[in-house]
Design a protein around this ligand. Structure first.
Ligand code: APR
Length: 264
């Protein structure tokens, strides 16, 4: 963790860039939700240090009714973030959006905490899907979570079947090997390419194609800032790297932004 005065300088620097930016895109990963009690994937207590990622593989889901039954039960129980609440980092991001300073928030997280913190749907791109809906794996129709919780599972399939086409249902989160939602992904690339300030919060930046987004922004001349507790492969591209907890660092950025705007 960086010394306090370094963090204060970084908060002021990021606040200045935020106020001056034409198009700020915020990109988040599991690290923004750890202070809500949701483990990340590759940090010291990350999920992949305890669970076998193959459990989450898309092909395994298609092939194994028992795995589908287990995964559907996890979805029904609410998944990793069942009772999690947005933390100070989510609220800081939402406040920057409400101040009109953010073009969009692109998140890899499926926990729905950005929406719950107040980021409006039209400013949020959930490129790894979300556990707030389930989808059919044949027609890709999406159904709100609350509606799907009432559905009975087909005994042979292990999960409910799509009411529209009879296809297998799956939670809205994207698994390894599963295609990413095309509309959200296309839009995220467009927004990254149009950004002049690209802020990464809590991502190891090792999972593609999501991890390509900061590079798209930098290619077009955007300034990159990375707030992450551990090093990432893109740190060398960043104008500023902050080794701090997002929930402790970002509120100070919002306070500095408000001061700068108040002073203006
Ligand atoms: N503040 C800042 N950074 C944090 C915090 C925190 N409070 N807590 C953890 N981190 C950092 C960790 O050091 C780690 O580098 O956040 C990063 C989280 O990285 P990952 O666990 O790899 O999560 P993410 O980058 O979102 O993973 C991408 O991989 O498993 C798939 O689909 C899954 O969307 C996920 C994708």
């Amino acid at each position: 963790m960086a010394p306090v005065d370094e963090l204060l300088q970084a908060q002021l620097q990021l606040a200045r860039w935020t106020v001056a930016a034409r198009r700020l895109v915020i990109f988040t990963g599991a690290g923004i939700s750890t202070e809500s009690g949701i483990p990340d994937f590759r940090g010291p207590q990350g999920v992949w240090t305890q669970l076998d990622p193959r459990q989450f593989d898309f092909q395994a889901y298609l092939a194994d009714p028992e795995l589908r039954r287990q995964r559907w039960q996890v979805y029904r129980d609410g998944g990793l973030g069942a009772n999690a609440q947005p933390n100070a980092a989510h609220f800081a991001v939402a406040e920057l959006v409400q101040l009109g300073l953010v073009d969009c928030v692109i998140t890899q997280n499926v926990d729905g905490l950005h929406a719950r913190a107040g980021v409006p749907e039209d400013r949020l791109l959930e490129i790894h899907g979300s556990n707030r809906f389930a989808k059919c794996l044949s027609c890709w129709k999406r159904y709100p979570r609350e509606e799907t919780l009432r559905w009975e599972s087909d005994p042979a399939a292990g999960v409910p079947l799509c009411p529209a086409c009879g296809g297998l249902m799956k939670s809205g989160g994207v698994s390894f090997g599963e295609p990413m939602p095309p509309d959200e992904t296309r839009e995220a690339i467009r927004r990254a390419r149009a950004a002049d300030l690209f802020l990464v919060i809590g991502s190891s930046l090792v999972v593609y194609p999501a991890a390509a987004l900061p590079g798209y922004a930098v290619e077009r001349g955007a300034r990159l800032v990375i707030v992450n507790l551990s090093p990432t492969p893109l740190d060398h591209l960043a104008a500023l790297v902050v080794r701090a907890k997002a929930g402790e660092f970002l509120p100070g950025v919002v306070a500095a932004v408000k001061q700068l705007r108040g002073a203006a």
